[in-house]
Design a protein around this ligand. Structure first.
Ligand SMILES: Nc1nc2c(ncn2[C@@H]2O[C@H](COP(=O)(O)OP(=O)(O)OP(=O)(O)O)[C@@H](O)[C@H]2O)c(=O)[nH]1
Ligand SMILES: [Mg+2]
Length: 305
């Protein structure tokens, strides 16, 4: 029997269909397998592992492979980009992490205060660990932190902020860091930047769309069209006022193709013969969403238990 092709948004698929779509979704390029091996190779050298996640997908941006690699090593979960997540859902997630994890912090590493909070917390964890294992907390080797996590979660940005100037390549492009890099700070701190690592298996296509929308994986993996259409459908349902305001629409009603048409017209993305330029519309929607200009969103819901 011929395999049924997944329908795209332009063919009328709806968000509900994506949610019901249970096919596993994989994207694990070779350099990430290598990066995983390299993380385990460096573990002995560091005092603490900072697992950088995205606060808009607090669990999905975690990684079980990394968790088992890191094992009993001091670990701090850093939920970054808190400035882009839904403030109304934040407390629920803070409560969940308080119940289920030992060390975590919600931050925006573009802000100085967050950087200080992370350093402070990491130091406390390492110190407590040294005292617990019989050390005095003073006669210690250099304080070394390793950043691990999904692509584009802000590992290199955090390193640059800690350093006070640009030392690691960073930017809104998943997979920018391709090799491990030690960065030395004045004083006693050394930082290890690592390439982003994807989970080996993503359970549903909807989760793949969340990962693309937050830009942990490249648009090409699912296609700009599907990711942009997903974002529009999500916003029309959960944050219609953001769409209306940003694109000066009269309303955010209608199906996805109709909304795209309205956005293209309002931005004057019109090609010859008066047709809407959808390619340009997709790019604009994704760019605006990722900057936070289309409202603050947390895609993932709290687990039921
Ligand atoms: N709004 C917001 N943007 C952030 C934050 N932290 C990082 N960014 C942006 O996210 C993008 C990715 O940052 P990087 O530091 O390159 O991410 P990375 O984790 O090193 O990515 P890879 O090297 O691909 O694994 C950059 O455009 C940063 O400016 C944050 O807290 N808030
Ligand atoms: Mg990086």
């Amino acid at each position: 029997m011929a395999k049924k092709k997944t329908r795209s948004y332009s063919e009328g698929v709806t968000l509900t269909e994506y949610r019901d779509h249970t096919k596993a979704f994989n994207w694990f390029p070779g350099h990430m397998a290598k990066a995983t091996r390299q993380v385990s190779g460096k573990l002995k050298m560091v005092d603490i592992v900072l697992e950088i996640r995205d606060a808009r997908i607090p669990l999905l941006s975690g990684n079980d492979d990394l968790k088992s690699l890191v094992g009993n090593k001091c670990r701090l979960i850093v939920l970054n980009k808190v400035n882009l997540c839904d403030p109304d859902k934040l407390q629920g997630w803070v409560d969940w992490f308080t119940k289920n994890e030992v060390n975590f912090i919600f931050v925006n590493v573009l802000e100085r205060s967050s950087i200080n909070d992370i350093t402070e917390m990491a130091r406390k964890i390492v110190l407590a660990n040294r005292l617990a294992s019989g050390g005095d907390g003073e006669t210690v080797r250099k304080f070394r932190m390793m950043m691990v996590g999904l692509p584009n979660t802000g590992k290199s940005t955090l390193i640059n902020s800690l350093r006070g100037k640009k030392a690691a390549k960073c930017g809104d492009k998943p997979g920018l860091t391709q090799q491990q890099q030690w960065i030395k700070l004045e004083g006693r701190m050394e930082l290890l930047d690592t390439p982003g690592i994807m989970p080996r298996k993503i359970d549903t296509r909807l989760q793949g769309l969340w990962l693309c929308a937050t830009h942990a994986i490249r648009d090409q993996i699912l296609g700009e069209e599907d990711v942009a259409c997903f974002v529009v459908e999500y916003l029309a349902k959960h944050k219609p006022e953001s769409l209306i305001e940003k694109y000066k629409l009269e309303d955010a009603t209608g199906n996805v193709p109709e909304l795209l048409e309205k956005i293209a017209k309002s931005r004057n993305f019109i090609m010859h013969k008066g047709q809407s330029d959808f390619e340009r519309t997709y790019k604009t929607i994704l760019y605006d969403f990722r900057k936070g200009d289309l409202g603050l969103v947390t895609f993932e819901d709290l687990p039921l238990n």
